[in-house]
Write a protein that binds this ligand. Structure first.
Ligand code: TXA
Ligand code: MG
Length: 327
């Protein structure tokens, strides 16, 4: 765990926007209001910043995050829009709608932020302060709800401070988030599908599309968002994973961690090190991109060195175990 941070709280305004941009550019974490709930923002293109964000939320399972951008044009640099997606963006952005879309080839968002998936969740928020920050920063900002993992989403700066004080750099107090529920999430990866009910009602979306939405899963009586992570399938490499490997067999690729290579490492088909100096934040930032690269090496298996279970190690081991079990 990293040492406690001094969390500053600033009232909404030009000074707050300037400080937010500074924090984001330095790879730090800033909580700000959106029209739905308060988000915890990090530079979406900076894998280390994204890793810190997961760590700050606590017991991080590396759920894919929503990339927030200032307008449709910026969203189009990240993802591809079919006709339905274009219609929804046109009708409801800026606003409480998140679209899950195919990730585009030139997408600059870190692989950790999308949990290694080929899809990406994108949202153009309507809140003036959020928009000012996004416009001034000029890059996509990932922003999960600014609560500790397992807690409810925060709708005031005080909620954020109670959950994340000492764990993030800056909180901008812009008053209560007007909607108080998260954005509605629609996947446009085929027939449009409702992944999470939220601030934009289903009927409005169905009216705009001129047809019914498919449901990702049976609706719940309490209409609450499903637990994060249940929404997205997990990234799984095609090459089998061999965990806690202490030696590398012929034909295997090696996913290393730390300064000391295991026996047989020199014969590995390809080696990538999550963090040569054994830093778990760096390892998390590299996890999905390294897995993808090793998956393309044509190896019989990917030998994965043991990774400690403390801090972000818990989530790294969780994702590796899922990836290994998926076959
Ligand atoms: O209103 C909101 O959407 C707020 C504000 C801050 O913008 N953000 C928010 O983020 O609720 P978060 O991380 O708490 O929820 C994002 C949800 C997660 O449940 C995640 O699984 C899902 O979006 N998600 C992200 N990328 C996905 C993808 N590629 N496929 C399916 N689901 C995805
Ligand atoms: Mg959340």
């Amino acid at each position: 765990m990293t040492a406690p941070l001094q969390t500053r709280v600033l009232p909404a305004g030009a000074e707050a926007v300037e400080q937010a941009v500074r924090v984001l550019a330095a790879g730090g974490l800033v909580a700000f209001p959106t029209e739905t709930v308060y988000g915890l923002g990090a530079d979406a293109t900076d894998g280390r910043a994204v890793a810190r964000l997961y760590e700050a939320k606590g017991r991080p399972p590396f759920n894919p995050l929503i990339a927030h951008v200032v307008d449709r044009k910026a969203a189009q640099a990240l993802a591809s829009f079919d006709a339905d997606a274009a219609r929804l963006a046109e009708t409801f952005w800026p606003g409480p709608l998140t679209l899950v879309l195919p990730r585009s080839a030139g997408c600059a968002v870190a692989a950790l932020a999308t949990a290694g998936l080929d899809s990406i969740a994108v949202r153009v928020p309507g809140h003036a302060l959020a928009r000012d920050i996004l416009a001034a920063f000029g890059k996509p900002v990932v922003a999960p709800s600014a609560n500790r993992s397992g807690h409810v989403s925060p709708t005031t700066a005080a909620h954020v401070a109670a959950d994340l004080g000492g764990r993030i750099d800056l909180i901008i107090d812009g008053g209560a988030a007007p909607l108080g529920v998260e954005s509605t999430i629609i996947a446009c990866l085929g027939a449009p599908m409702l992944l999470r009910p939220g601030g934009l009602p289903r009927s409005a979306i169905e009216d705009a599309l001129g047809r019914k939405l498919a449901d990702a899963a049976p609706a719940r009586a309490d209409n609450a968002p499903r637990a994060p992570g249940q929404l997205a399938t997990h990234y799984a490499p095609r090459t089998p994973l061999r965990l806690d490997a202490v030696r590398v067999a012929p034909g295997e690729a090696l996913l290393a961690f730390g300064p000391t290579p295991p026996a047989g490492a020199e014969d590995a088909k390809r080696t990538l090190n999550l963090s040569p100096r054994g830093d778990l934040v760096e390892a998390a930032a590299n996890l999905f991109s390294h897995l993808r690269a090793l998956d393309a090496a044509g190896a019989s298996a990917i030998a994965v060195m043991p990774i400690p279970h403390d801090g972000l190690g818990e989530a790294i081991n969780d994702r590796l175990a899922r990836a290994a079990a998926r076959r």
